[in-house]
Write a protein that binds this ligand. Structure first.
Ligand code: NAD
Length: 410
C-alpha cells in the first residue's frame, strides 16, 4: 500500500506514523515537519506521485471565540472553515496524473462533503469520508483501538469501501466495527457521537449541581448506579461528574452544530441547550470557588483542556476562569505544559483555594495506564483549600479537601 498524507498536524502526523509501521507513507505539510517513520516530502507533487491513497488531515477551524474556552452561546452560530480542505483537493487535482483514492479525515458538519467538496474533485478519483474518534494525548492508542471505523461514500455502497477496510485491518488492535454509509451519514455519526458525549457530561454535571443544592448526595453514588444501568442507559464512560466537556473537538462541534440547526431550520437548537448548560455549570463551579475563597487567591490546577497536553483550546478551566474574573477577582493557573502562558504560574507561595481540574486517571484511565492520580504541579502551601471536582483526592495534612459534588455529611 502506498499511502500519502496532506496535513501532518496534531492528528495527521501521529496517524501517518502508525500507518508507517505497516506501509510506506509519504507526507506533505505546508509547515516543516519531521518524522523518523513518515517520508516527509518537500512538495505536494512528490507526495502525490508516491501515493495511491491520499489522506487529507488538514484543519477545519472554528472562528475565533467558538472553541468553548470562553462563553459563546450568546454568539451567532457559524460553520467550520473549509479553505484548507479545498486547498488540499485543488492540490490533488493539479498534481495527480492517475486515479487516486482520496480519504478525508478532517471533521466537517453533515452535508459538507456533498455540498462543498465532491464537485471540486476531479471525477477520476474516489472520494471517501473517514473521520476518526481520536482524542489528543492518546492519538496513536485511539487510532489503533477505535470504537468503530466509519467510512462514507457518495451512495453508501459497502463494496466501494472494501479496500480501505483491508488497509485498516492490520493496523487495528481491537478488531473494531466497520460502519459504512453515505458521506452524510458518516459526517453525522462522527459529529453526533461528540454531541452525545457533550450531552452526557452535561447531564452528569447537572446531577452534580443538584447534589450541591439539595445536600446529602454524593454525585458518584448516583452516576455510578446510572452508569451500570446498561439495560436502558449506556456504558460507564463519561459518567463521572466533574469538569465540563472540553478540548479541540467536542465544544466546537456542538457550537458549529448550532449553525447547522439554523441552516436546516429544524425548529429547535439542542446544541445551544447543551452548550448553554456547560457554561452555567462552569459558572456554578466558579461561584463555588469564589464563595469558598475567603480572601485566598484562586488557582486552577490545569489550564490546558486536559493533563499531559499543552492545548488550551476549548479548555473548561479557562471557561471557569472567565466567570471568576466576572466577579472582579483574578485567577492563576498551574500548568507546566500550557500553550497559552497568560496567568500561568510555576508555584504558589501563600494559602490558596485550588481547583484540581487535571486528574490523569479520569482522563486516561481507559487506556489502562493509570490506576489513580493525586499528584500536583507544585507544592501546595499549608492552609490551602483544594476543590476536587472528581472527588478522588485523599485527606491531606493541613490542607482542606472539598469533594465538589458530594454533599453527604457522612
Ligand atoms: N487533533 C485531534 O485529535 C483530532 C481528532 C479528531 C478529528 N480531528 C480533526 O482533524 C482535522 C485536523 O486536526 P488537527 O488537530 O490535526 O489540526 P492541525 O491544525 O494540528 O493540523 C492541520 C495540518 O494541516 C496542515 N495544512 C493545512 N493546509 C495544508 C495544505 N494545503 N497542504 C498541506 N498541509 C496543510 C497544517 O499546516 C497543519 O499542520 C480537523 O478537522 C480536526 O477537527 C482532529
Amino acid at each position: 500500500m502506498k499511502i500519502g498524507f496532506i496535513g501532518l498536524g496534531k492528528l495527521g502526523l501521529d496517524c501517518a506514523e502508525v500507518m508507517a509501521e505497516k506501509y510506506t507513507v509519504h507526507g506533505y505539510d505546508i509547515y516543516p515537519r519531521t518524522s523518523e517513520l513518515v517520508k516527509i516530502c518537500d512538495t505536494a507533487k512528490e507526495m502525490i506521485d508516491n501515493s495511491d491513497w491520499i489522506f487529507i488531515a488538514v484543519q477545519t477551524p472554528h472562528a475565533e471565540g467558538y472553541d468553548g474556552s470562553v462563553p459563546s452561546s450568546h454568539m451567532e452560530p457559524r460553520d467550520f472553515g473549509h479553505d484548507a480542505v479545498k486547498d488540499a483537493i485543488t492540490m490533488v487535482n493539479k498534481h495527480a496524473s492517475k486515479p487516486k483514492k482520496i480519504v478525508l479525515i478532517s471533521t466537517v458538519l453533515p452535508g459538507t462533503t456533498r455540498r462543498h467538496f465532491y464537485s471540486m474533485l476531479d471525477s477520476q478519483h474516489q472520494f471517501l469520508y473517514n473521520p476518526y474518534l481520536i482524542a489528543m494525548g492518546s492519538v496513536k492508542w485511539d487510532f489503533a483501538n477505535p470504537e468503530m471505523v466509519m467510512i462514507g461514500t457518495e451512495t453508501g455502497d459497502a463494496g466501494e469501501m472494501k479496500d480501505l477496510i483491508n488497509l485498516y485491518r492490520p493496523l487495528m488492535k481491537n478488531n473494531p466495527r466497520y460502519v459504512t454509509g453515505t458521506w452524510d451519514e458518516c459526517e453525522s455519526i462522527k459529529i453526533f457521537y461528540n454531541t452525545f458525549i457533550s450531552a452526557k457530561v452535561g447531564l452528569v454535571n447537572m446531577i452534580q449541581d443538584f447534589a450541591l443544592k439539595i445536600g446529602n448526595i454524593n454525585v458518584d453514588v448516583v452516576t455510578d448506579a446510572l452508569a451500570q444501568s446498561t439495560m436502558r442507559i449506556m456504558g460507564p464512560k463519561y459518567m463521572t461528574a466533574g469538569m465540563g466537556d472540553s478540548g479541540a473537538c467536542h465544544p466546537r462541534d456542538n457550537i458549529a452544530l448550532r449553525w447547522l440547526a439554523k441552516e436546516y431550520d429544524i425548529g429547535y437548537d439542542m446544541f445551544d441547550t447543551i452548550m448553554g448548560a456547560r457554561e452555567i455549570q462552569a459558572k456554578n463551579l466558579a461561584d463555588f470557588l469564589v464563595a469558598n475563597a475567603n480572601g485566598k487567591p484562586i488557582v486552577i490546577h490545569g489550564k490546558a483542556y486536559k493533563p499531559d497536553v499543552p492545548f488550551c483550546i476549548g479548555s473548561y478551566s479557562t471557561l471557569i476562569g472567565f466567570y471568576i474574573e466576572e466577579h472582579g477577582l483574578s485567577v492563576t493557573y498551574l500548568d507546566p505544559l500550557a500553550d497559552n502562558p497568560k496567568d500561568v504560574v510555576e508555584s504558589i507561595d501563600e494559602p490558596s483555594i485550588i481547583l484540581y481540574a487535571h486528574n490523569r486517571y479520569i482522563t486516561y484511565g481507559y487506556t489502562g495506564q493509570y490506576t489513580k492520580d493525586s499528584t500536583f504541579y507544585c507544592d501546595i502551601p499549608k492552609g490551602s483549600v483544594i476543590v476536587d471536582p472528581w472527588r478522588r483526592l485523599p485527606d491531606l495534612t493541613d490542607i482542606e479537601v472539598i469533594h465538589y459534588g458530594n454533599t453527604r455529611t457522612k
